[in-house]
Write a protein that binds this ligand. Structure first.
Ligand SMILES: NC(=O)c1ccc[n+]([C@@H]2O[C@H](COP(=O)([O-])OP(=O)(O)OC[C@H]3O[C@@H](n4cnc5c(N)ncnc54)[C@H](OP(=O)(O)O)[C@@H]3O)[C@@H](O)[C@H]2O)c1
Length: 339
């Protein structure tokens, strides 16, 4: 079969002919219809992921949608979503014609966590593959803010990285969860316009030259005098500015460090305004947690008569080299491979 294979550390994935994977007891063999690319693939590939360098050769791909060919409990023909939290640490991923994953995930196998679960047929393969990680991540970050004491009902929410996949979904979900005002922040002006069209009330451009104080003022002004929750995949300068802009008892949620691995923070918001700083990593959730978060997000959207939207580009497996390059430049659209 054809698969996108990383042959050696630092070598981009390439379309490669490999043996079809064999199903072991308790696993399902799935014919993949579409597999989405996520930035964490790059962190795994370049050895910066917190589990350390992967073990090539491996097939990339955290998530995909397809049809069961052979299963233990799952009948052939069942439409499923497959998930490999960290392909490359002993398991192959989803960017291939076929993939295998356990029907009953082993939660103790954290490094390569893999699972397969039936899904409905409301979305086509491409949309179902695209609306996986970004949807449960955005929902879990917003719920994390609630767990930390924020109420989203009537809240003013800042979504940093709103030009990216998680941010674009977070804008939509924040509104569906009751936010009164959502501010989208990002570098790409065109994508910020898209965030506005999907429900954001205001946008802030993250100009490179802005000092944290200027950025804080822009966040505060766009939030309309109150900022209750901020979600941030960037860390660094924007974390400082967001935490400084958050008003009393508000919550900041970090879910990435795309801009910088470190941030210089002031303690004043934590002491004087009782701002809470928390983080979220889907990698530490269980497959069940992620699956139910996905279901909750779609259930919420359905109840409100809304459809979660993500601009998506389909690419062929043979284009994986270009796609890898686009992913590393944060192309602004979700990339979905059709193997
Ligand atoms: N914690 C978790 O469970 C979890 C789950 C999913 C994703 N993540 C992380 O969250 C981040 C976003 O994921 P995604 O799927 O939304 O990715 P994406 O679609 O590629 O979007 C990346 C976002 O980060 C912004 N960005 C990247 N580098 C930047 C920089 N140096 N300065 C300012 N902005 C920068 C991009 O802005 P432009 O549009 O201007 O390029 C865009 O808004 C990634 O770092 C990813 O690893 C974490």
């Amino acid at each position: 079969m054809r698969a996108a294979v990383v042959e050696a550390m630092g070598r981009p994935p390439a379309p490669t002919e490999v043996p079809e994977p064999r199903r072991r007891p308790g696993e399902a063999l799935v014919r993949i219809g579409a597999a989405a690319l996520n930035p964490v693939e790059l962190h795994i590939w370049n050895g910066h992921f917190f589990d350390g360098p992967p073990r090539p050769p491996y097939v990339i791909g955290l998530e995909g949608v397809g049809v069961v060919e052979e299963g233990e409990r799952l009948a052939p023909g069942t439409r499923v979503r497959v998930e490999f939290v960290h392909p490359g640490y002993g398991r192959d991923g989803a960017v291939a014609e076929y993939a295998v994953a356990p029907e009953e995930p082993d939660a103790s196998d954290r490094a390569s966590q893999a699972s397969v679960a039936p899904i409905g047929d409301q979305l086509d393969d491409t949309a179902a593959a695209a609306l996986g990680v970004p949807v449960f991540t955005a929902l879990m970050c917003l719920e994390r803010a609630e767990e930390a004491g924020a109420s989203l009902e009537g809240a003013h929410v800042l979504v940093i990285g709103a030009t990216g996949a998680v941010g674009m979904v977070a804008v939509q979900l924040a509104k569906l969860m009751g936010a009164a005002r959502v501010v989208a922040a990002g570098r790409n002006g065109e994508r910020l316009k898209r965030a506005l069209s999907l429900g954001a009330d205001a946008a802030v451009e993250l100009g490179d030259g802005l000092a944290p104080g200027e950025l804080r003022d822009r966040f505060a002004e766009a939030a309309g005098g109150r900022l209750d929750v901020a979600l941030d995949p960037l860390w660094g300068r924007s974390a400082r500015a967001a935490i400084d802009a958050i008003t009393r008892e508000g919550v900041y949620v970090s879910f990435g460090q795309a801009a910088s691995p470190v941030a210089e923070l002031s303690g004043i918001p934590l002491r004087n305004r009782r701002v809470t700083v928390v983080g979220h990593s889907g990698a530490w959730a269980t497959p069940e947690d992620r699956r139910t978060a996905l279901a909750r997000a779609f259930e919420l959207a359905g109840r409100r008569g809304a459809a979660l939207t993500l601009d998506t580009d389909e690419i062929a497996l043979e284009q994986i080299g270009d796609a890898w390059e686009w992913l590393s430049r944060s192309a602004g659209r979700k990339l979905v491979v059709k193997p």
